[in-house]
Design a protein around this ligand. Sequence first.
Ligand code: HEM
Length: 477
Amino acid sequence: MPDDAFKALHPVGVDGPRWRDGYGPLLADPLGFLQRARETYGDLVALTEGLPVLSRMPDCAGCVAVFGAEHVERVLLNPALFGAPGVAAKRHALSPALRRLSSGLFSMVGARHRDHRRLLAPALGKDAARRYHDEIAASVAALVGAWSPGQELNLLEALRGLTDRALGRIMFDQSGDDARSIGALARRLLTLRRANASAGEDDAPRVRDALIEVGDALERALREQVRRARAARAPARAPGLFARLCALAGPDGRALSEDELVAHGNVLFQAASEPVAVALTWAALLLTQRDDAAQALARELAPLGVDDAPARFERLAATPVTDGILKETLRLLPPSAVLVRVTSRPARLGDHVLPARTELLLSPALEHRDPRVFPEPNAFRPDRWRTITPSRFAYLPFGAGARHCLGGQLALSIMKVTLIELGRRWSLELAPGQRVDWTINVTLMPKSQPRVVLRRPGAPLTSAPLTGSLRDLVQLP
Ligand code: HEM
């Protein structure tokens, strides 16, 4: 492996050819930075030498940004060569319970990852959308049905509430009202993890203690569910997706251990809840700015009525407007905007050989802006989906290849049901006097809580025009 492999790559630097410390501009505006790097230097860009950007990998050879469907395909289809960086995270866990809770699929590699993935996939596949439809719809309808006209909502918080509740019901057969429910604890864990990552010296001990305490409580609650599911006469038929997992046997015929189930239960909930809530928030926000799309949605949903019972699964088969809005939102604002991989040994990519332990950054958000596949790439045009079928490496909000999202179908189903149950009852107006800025905090999400006002469908809307950095990512009126 030649020492100068990195030097052969186009460099990006703040002051010099490569950074050795500080990624200010990248962290301040990661998507803008990567886009400019691509436009200036091409499809493979060395960002650092000797340091990772997003993983905490020790002995990192450097970080390279990878663009273009061909490179993305090579990386995502070769997990043995371009692996997931997850294992390092385990080493940084603050307590044994937190370490166990984060030991699900994301941090597994090799044969273990493949075996567990195969095992979990059927429980989350296509059938899950139909199986859980009624529960998701009833859970969402009950909440949005209790809202009142003129009420102001923190949109992200409200949609987290809807998503967590629906997921708590379908995964753990819990209503979600109880602060000790698994969904409530898992949400609290995520909030504390974020607080921990940004805590100052004064706050850090308090946040860490809270994190350890919530981790312990969540683990206890999950173990209790495992025991209850296993004590049931027919666990595979017990309500809740998690109970089905508890009945699974591995390739060697052995049941999953309690520790493995605890990890899968937590990681699945975490993997599902935040991206679904955030994607729905983006969709709802974009609709406040695009009256034409909001009207088209209202027309599609009008036959469902405002106050009727939740829409049945069969009624949702032909909803091209709703589908287009969701696909277009996931194109412009994919919650997993940047994916990370690590070379396990020297690896050829295009004309270059990357050293072992090179961190790779791939960005669905930028791949989704290729004008050859998506004309007017920054425009929110839900109707484009009536005519395009991009390849799975050009449009990849759920990833692609060996580690693609196991819950994609279920995610789309939850999002669709939520948008429908919400949209048939309410139109949303953006409240005045606020900016909508974006950030990447693992997920591409709003920096603060966007506020909206509820109106009945058909009522005249006077949404405030959206200001803030979201406009850098989406071209809006
Ligand atoms: C809008 C919602 C969602 C988005 C945008 C999303 C996106 C993604 C992406 C991009 C990946 C691949 C990450 C990578 O390659 O590094 C992934 C993996 C995964 N997702 Fe999702 N996801 C969503 C919802 C869900 C839901 C609802 C579930 C489960 C119920 C789920 C479970 C998983 C799991 C288990 C993996 C890891 C697969 C593996 O490592 O083999 N996701 N997701």
